[in-house]
Design a protein around this ligand. Structure first.
Ligand code: DSN
Length: 410
């Protein structure tokens, strides 16, 4: 039955309001610029262009070719990469394409355990990366840091063909050179997944694995502040195998509107404003974690070197990550529940939460605002009565009015 689309646009309006009136602390989210939105919402979505620039399977790709070439050239400039593929639909297919490029089904892959801060696509058993490939994992030590000697030991024992470095919930700096040495000792291809820290890496606020790892993958929508998409960068010698794995190995036609929006985002990354933005993300995360620690919260590894940190909520306030996330949502603060190292609870109801500052920093929030948000969190968790929650939610709504979101003038 043909229906009006009013309901969909109404929900988009409601979601806009939710974004404006809330404090977004999900470490993997951000707000894109109006130019990125414009490119994403463009007519480029109408076009099929299977293949690569100047080698397409469809006609009419004169302008698409130019857009893809320009996007690749901007990514190369930002990350100093030798070979770049901008076609992966998102991070998970990008990482699957890397598996496809280098492994046969049943071959060994190794990555950081999910509860230690790794990612599903680095060999976790319920993901295709752990079902079709024989995966082994490494964790973190008691202090919450990667123990490179232990990583080496596991690598020497299992001799994986592929080693994943990188994370979705690790608050410290990764020693890419140490991973390089380990990969060389076992003859493995080293992949660095910088999805979370790409925006910091791009401007020198986090060490770059480009030139150290054989392959670097990243999503484009986290600290990089572009559209939902992904990039694979690699040494020239692996360019062909990576390109073939993305298309025709795994995907069909690229999402050209996304490619254009990535190109726009890369230009923004090259601006002075972005350099300041990346610095501020880190300052905000540091102050935020220190403030919670002062209030008695247990922050994994005792702090952060990047844009995120994990809080052991069971150890801090006797509530699971899910309970805390639900309470915070009721005061318009969004976090995600997250496993903590050696978590005894299940991922659906784990022992902690993850907090990140990329989105609130885009809105212009600074150190003093982190102190304010930490106080609201503490207040809500100590007194979750309806009266207090209602009053805190109102305070959050008033607070957010000072911080506009690009493209959301409501
Ligand atoms: N879902 C992303 C995150 O939140 O870290 C990773 O894919």
């Amino acid at each position: 039955m043909y229906k009006s689309n009013d309901i969909i646009f109404k929900y988009i309006e409601e979601e806009s309001k939710r974004q404006v009136e809330g404090i977004e602390l999900i470490a993997s989210e951000n707000y894109v610029s109006e130019d990125v939105l414009k490119a994403m919402g463009s007519i480029l979505t109408n076009k099929y262009s299977e293949g690569y620039a100047d080698k397409r399977y469809y006609g009419g790709n004169k302008y698409i070719d130019e857009i893809e070439k320009e996007c690749i050239s901007r990514v190369k400039e930002v990350f100093k990469a030798e070979h770049v593929n901008v076609q992966p639909y998102s991070g998970s297919p990008a990482n699957l394409a890397v598996h496809l490029a280098f492994l046969n089904p049943g071959d060994k892959t190794m990555g950081m355990d999910l509860s230690a801060g790794g990612h599903l696509t680095h060999g976790f058993k319920v993901s295709i990366s752990g079902k079709y490939f024989d995966s082994v994992s490494y964790g973190v030590n008691e202090d919450g840091y990667i123990d490179y000697e232990n990583v080496r030991k596991i690598a020497l024992e299992h001799r994986p063909k592929l080693i994943w470095s990188g994370f979705s919930a690790y608050s410290r700096v990764i020693d890419w050179n140490e991973f390089r040495k380990i990969a060389d000792e076992v003859g493995a291809i080293l992949v660095a997944d910088i999805s979370h820290v790409a925006g910091l890496v791009a401007v020198g606020e986090y060490p770059s694995p480009v030139g150290i790892a054989d392959v670097v993958t990243t999503t484009t929508h986290k600290t990089l502040r572009g559209p939902r998409g992904a990039i694979i960068m690699c040494k020239e010698e692996y360019g062909e195998v990576i390109d073939k794995a993305v298309f025709p190995g795994l995907q069909g036609g690229p999402h050209n509107h996304t490619t254009a929006a990535i190109a726009v985002a890369m230009n923004e990354v090259l601006s002075d404003e972005f350099k300041e933005y990346a610095k501020q993300i880190k300052k905000n995360a540091k102050v935020f974690s220190e403030e919670l620690i002062k209030m008695g919260y247990k922050v994994i590894s005792g702090g952060t070197d990047n844009h995120l940190f994990l809080v052991d909520t069971v150890g801090s306030v006797g509530k699971s990550g899910k309970e805390v996330s639900d309470i915070l949502e009721s005061v318009n603060i969004t976090v995600n529940k997250n496993s903590i190292p050696n978590d005894q609870r299940k991922p659906w109801d784990p022992s902690g939460i993850r907090i990140g500052t990329p989105a609130i920093t885009t809105r212009g929030m600074t150190e003093k605002d982190m102190i304010y948000i930490a106080s609201i969190i503490d207040n809500a968790l100590k007194d979750s009565s309806e009266k207090n929650i209602d009053s805190l939610r109102e305070s959050v709504k008033q607070f957010t009015k000072k911080f506009p979101i690009p493209g959301l003038g409501i």
